[in-house]
Ligand binder design. Structure first.
Ligand code: NAD
Length: 249
């Protein structure tokens, strides 16, 4: 059977664990060669080996910080060197530095915007140079339900994720005529290291607000990314696909 992404190549940021690793795995299972990019050195190498062993796909591990333009440019160069082309970029790397606005340090605001929002801009800028030459490509930004509905204690994070939606729509308009489609996925509350600190009380309150009655799994998000990376979404650009169990409609 021919796999949906056979012959394609993808670069996923924040791919060492959690949602990013699941996205890398599902794209690799569908036949794509995978560049896993993350700031966490040893974990990235292990994850790249794991994805390759489980799927048979070619993988490379790339280390760097999405907030640094030189790291983004080097990652795209290395992916190109290894695979010869770049078809799919998933801007998934993200961090939280939660606090109520009045207590939030300026540095915590800046750091979150820098990684979550500027990182996606820098990586898209580097990757799109390649995609523009190919006259094809997909860029998928991982936003969040908090960017759509806000969340107390997360002014920095929500602003970064709302910003990603604006970035997605603007890039989609800039690149549409060149065959590059740009979309966002906005997950709700997904069980990963990022959310493992949630207290039981907070979790049960959340569950009451989620019509589908459960927190999400990384694979719920990865399946939406796979759809936006493949041929079945070839008339979709500038959109936000919510994967949130119905918590925000
Ligand atoms: N977990 C959730 O409930 C949830 C909900 C909505 C959106 N998201 C978003 O999904 C994405 C993945 O989240 P997750 O839950 O898997 O988180 P996670 O913390 O498990 O994984 C994030 C990954 O990003 C990497 N990373 C962090 N800073 C980086 C940087 N500067 N450069 C490169 N890599 C960096 C980390 O090392 C880590 O491997 C994030 O953008 C997050 O905001 C998560």
């Amino acid at each position: 059977m021919i796999k949906a992404l056979a012959g394609k190549t993808a670069l996923v940021t924040g791919a060492a664990r959690g949602i990013g690793l699941e996205i890398a795995s599902i794209l690799a299972r569908e036949g794509a060669a995978l560049a896993l990019f993350d700031i966490s050195h040893e974990e990235t190498a292990l994850s790249a080996q794991k994805v390759s062993a489980e799927t048979g796909a070619k993988t490379i591990a790339l280390n760097g910080n999405v907030a640094l333009e030189t790291d983004c440019a080097a990652a795209v160069d290395k992916a190109l060197e290894a695979f010869g082309r770049l078809d799919i970029l998933v801007n998934n790397a993200g961090i939280t530095r939660d606090n109520l606005a009045l207590r939030m340090k300026e540095s915590d605001f800046d750091e979150v915007i820098s990684v979550n929002l500027k990182g996606a801009f820098l990586m898209s800028k580097s990757a799109s140079r390649v995609m523009l030459k190919q006259r094809s490509g997909r860029i998928i930004n991982i936003s969040s339900v908090t960017g759509q509905m806000g969340n107390a204690g997360q002014v920095n994070y929500s602003a970064s994720k709302a910003g990603l939606i604006g970035l997605t729509k603007s890039l989609a308009r800039e690149f549409a005529s060149r065959g590059i489609l740009v979309n966002a996925v906005a997950p709700g509350f997904i069980l990963t290291k990022m959310t493992e600190g949630l207290k039981e009380e907070a979790k049960s309150k959340l569950l009451e607000m989620i019509p589908l009655g459960r927190l999400g799994k990384p694979e719920d998000v990865a399946k939406a990314v796979l759809f936006l990376a493949g041929e079945d979404s070839s008339y979709i650009t500038g959109q936000v696909l919510s994967v949130n169990g119905g918590i925000y409609m």
